[in-house]
Design a protein around this ligand. Structure first.
Ligand code: UDX
Ligand code: UDX
Length: 464
């Protein structure tokens, strides 16, 4: 089928590339010319394992193109994905200006062919109807006539352009670092629309994925598809992220109690995770969640509740527990080193999770800010964020080094921020000898306390 994805961030580019990979004819549109040029040369502007490979093969098969020309993309696609950013505003609500611009742009370029407009970006609940209105605004701006929708005296109405489209909410559940896998092996596909024709086209689009044709395990039963109304589909996205974030804050709250009573949260997590009603995923205590989704989606959901007179106390508590975890790490450093002023702290990992280059709301950024405020010197080593590559202003005062050995040299403590698998392979006995004081605060309980203490380190975990 002919597809257009608008916005080539983590979601738009992955969605476009995967749909081309499974056989569709895709044009990806982005308003950033540098990004488009980069993608035309087969390179991905984001780090996502496996993405550039499927981009290159889909481009070679002539099924994936990139352009800044929104009109060309819209003319091409019978399915149009809106996947532009919806970043949080200071008050927690979503900044939907980009969705507005794109929805109106679509209205201005509709060509009479029936199209399905898909909300892939996480948009505030109740946006489906709002996007439809914006598209119609775009149409009427183009025809410069007041658009008669429904009633109106058609006998005298001037030649009207009757747009043929429906809006579908199709929330994404991609985790950064495993976005390709998650797209081709979804637990479920959620479709929100009150129009069966639109639902049927989406089922046709996703058929190869539903039938597990590109799955890691092709023998699995077909993917569950939930077709529901627009508002419920939008709420499913927020509720899923809010639950996962709350689950993490729950185990962090338990970790904080474990520390006081001498229990080991990694054991507690294992023990409760064996209950099938709880499950063992998203129960890793540590410095908590960051990234471009959980913080944004919880803030938006809390804000939506407030807009309708509901105080989301549980969700607010999940957010405040999460924020507190970050200060906890500083307290642990102060307990070990007493005064941090003048001390050198080395951060192992900067990104908000492994296998991504995304620093958005990474806990490391807050830790850096607090350490600098306290007068400490901060060094950092990250497998993806190299000294040359980083232009992030938050890292301006950080001495980015190119190896764990350089990081450890003359440092007073290490802080493991991100559980990159290569951090298991480091020669810790050697590192201990390079440090002023061999202390490591393990913010992800990722390293073996026994192995680290045998290496000469004072290993400090979270909740254990
Ligand atoms: C986005 C949404 O922010 C998030 O709500 C949703 O959950 C997933 O999709 P992401 O893909 O990370 O997340 O967005 P981002 O990385 O900000 O990329 C958006 C892209 O859209 C950028 O490449 C930007 O250049 C492009 N864009 C933005 C347009 O093409 N047109 C616009 O008008 C605005
Ligand atoms: C999340 C959702 O998982 C995904 O479904 C949604 O589409 C987008 O948001 P993402 O933010 O990319 O994906 O990463 P995820 O793996 O969910 O981790 C989110 C944060 O939680 C990370 O900072 C991670 O370090 C943290 N985390 C995760 C924990 O602290 N403990 C855990 O047990 C799991």
């Amino acid at each position: 089928m002919r597809v257009c994805t608008i916005g080539t961030g983590y979601v738009g580019l992955v969605t476009g590339a995967c749909l081309a990979h499974i056989g569709h004819d895709v044009i990806c549109v982005d308003n950033n010319p540098e990004k488009v040029e980069l993608m035309k040369s087969g390179h991905s502007p984001i780090y996502e394992p496996g993405l550039s490979e499927i981009m290159k093969s889909a481009m070679a098969a002539n099924r994936l193109q990139f352009t800044t020309d929104l009109g060309a993309g819209i003319a091409h696609g019978e399915i149009l994905f809106i996947a532009v950013g919806t970043p949080p505003l200071p008050n927690g609500s979503s900044d939907t200006q980009y969705v507005e611009a794109v929805a109106k742009g679509i209205g201005q370029h509709l060509n009479g062919e029936y199209k399905v407009i898909v909300n892939k970006s996480t948009v505030p609940i109740g946006s489906g109807d709002w996007v439809k209105m914006l598209v119609l605004d775009g149409v009427s701006e183009r025809t410069k006539q007041p658009l008669l929708v429904g009633g109106g005296d058609s006998t005298h109405a001037p030649e009207q352009f009757t747009p043929q489209f429906d809006v579908v909410s199709n929330p994404e559940f991609l985790r950064e670092g495993s976005a390709i896998y998650d797209t081709l092996n979804p637990d479920r596909i959620v479709l929100g629309s009150n129009n069966q024709q639109a639902i049927d086209l989406m089922l046709q689009l996703y058929a190869p994925i539903i039938d597990r044709k590109y799955a890691e395990d092709t023998s699995l039963p077909p993917v569950s598809v939930l077709a529901t109304d627009l508002g419920s589909a939008e709420m499913i996205k927020y509720a899923a992220n809010a639950f996962l974030a709350t689950k993490i804050s729950f185990i962090n709250e338990i970790a904080n109690i474990c520390e006081r009573v001498g229990a080991d949260v990694t054991q507690v997590s294992k023990g409760i995770g064996l209950d099938s009603r709880i499950g063992n995923k998203f129960l890793n205590a540590g410095i908590g969640w960051g990234g471009s989704c959980f913080p944004k989606d919880l803030a938006a959901l809390i804000h939506t509740g407030a807009d309708y007179g509901y105080d989301a106390r549980l969700l607010k508590a999940a957010v405040s527990v999460n924020q507190q975890q970050r200060t906890l790490v500083i307290q642990k450093l102060q307990t070990s080193l007493k005064i941090l002023k003048g001390k050198t702290i080395g951060l192992l990992g900067l990104t908000f999770k492994p296998d991504t280059d995304d620093l958005r709301d990474a806990p490391a950024l807050d830790i850096i800010h607090i350490l600098i405020e306290l007068g400490a010197k901060v060094k950092a080593y990250d497998p993806i964020i190299s000294p040359q590559s980083s232009t992030n202003p938050y890292l301006a005062n950080v001495n980015l080094v190119d190896s764990p050995q350089t990081l450890a040299t003359d440092s007073d403590a290490l802080v493991l921020m991100t559980e990159w698998s290569e951090f298991q392979e480091i020669d810790y006995p050697h590192l201990a000898g390079l440090m002023r004081s061999p202390i490591v605060v393990d913010c992800r309980n990722f390293l073996s306390p026994i192995k680290l203490s045998e290496s000469g380190f004072n290993h400090i975990g979270i909740g254990c």
